[in-house]
Design a protein around this ligand. Sequence first.
Ligand SMILES: O=P(O)(O)O[C@@H]1C[C@H](O)[C@@H](CO)O1
Ligand SMILES: Nc1nc2[nH]cnc2c(=O)[nH]1
Length: 324
Amino acid sequence: MTGVTKIINGNSGKCNGHCKSVENGNCQRKDSTHEENYTYEMIQQTANYLSQRVPFEPKIGIICGSGLGSLAQQLKQPIEFPYSTIPNFPVSTVEGHAGKLIFGFLSNVPVVCMQGRFHFYEGYPLWKCAMPVRVMKLMGVCQLIATNAAGGLHKNYKVGDIMLVKDHINMMGFAGNNPLQGPNEERFGPRFPPMNKAYDKELIQRGIEIGKELGLKDNIHTGVYTCLGGPNFETVAELRALKMLGCDAVGMSTVHEVITARHCDMNVLAFSLITNECILEYDSQSEPNHEEVMDAAKMREELLQKFVAKIIDYINKSRLTQNS
Ligand SMILES: O=P(O)(O)O[C@@H]1C[C@H](O)[C@@H](CO)O1
Ligand SMILES: Nc1nc2[nH]cnc2c(=O)[nH]1
């Protein structure tokens, strides 16, 4: 049949019933909001596919932000899966997001690393962007480390600084978009999960100390992150409004991953690399661009590798070994 939404990677093409243009139960609309969500069984299928091919159980999941894919290059005994080879997985389309799931050891801890993430602006619904978090959960991951590139809104932030996320403002949620929308899957978590303790305070504290040990001094902060849908960078008025709301850094990711992780009871640490200053003045000659974002990430590559390795070492010594 022509005109029927063809949903790649195993989704059925059946509409949840919210679509008016349904013919024989098949949704005729082509926009991403009309895809049907993954079932638990599909996530399980993806997790099983990977578990059968990886001879260890990952404990920590790392999501690499724009230009931060080199975090994955330090993994020992790496086993790589291009996203296009993983059943049910979306694929990355953004420069600086390689599109590989890499399993291996970091600070002697079995980890899984997303070298490239999925963004709303690529055309994926939020539940699809965050789907790998649920796959990680079913594979045994109990700790998420989400990283991102972000614009610095706080007046003290400079390009190259690290902001440990102490809270977020879910701007897309304000507009009624949330990765947990749709029927709740109780096997992952409750219908109404709390979000006031989303970010682990002890890990934030330790993160600050590690940053200082690595020489960051005044260049490591804790702050509030917000995610907009993108892909355009913000207007001056938008940035001023976000600042008034209490946002310290602005990006296009992470929040939906964190919500999904907390829903299934994963512990979360997230940090932003400040890759560009937010332009808050109309007479500024500067314009943000993806190249400067990538350049800033490249500049901090080595430091961030050390930073993440030390965090993982701490998590291993303080928690993972106690639980096993
Ligand atoms: O994946 P993250 O959030 O690190 O990527 C940010 C947001 C856009 O994808 C891109 C803009 O330069 O960087
Ligand atoms: N929304 C947004 N995302 C970013 N990612 C990196 N820098 C920025 C920024 O200034 N704004």
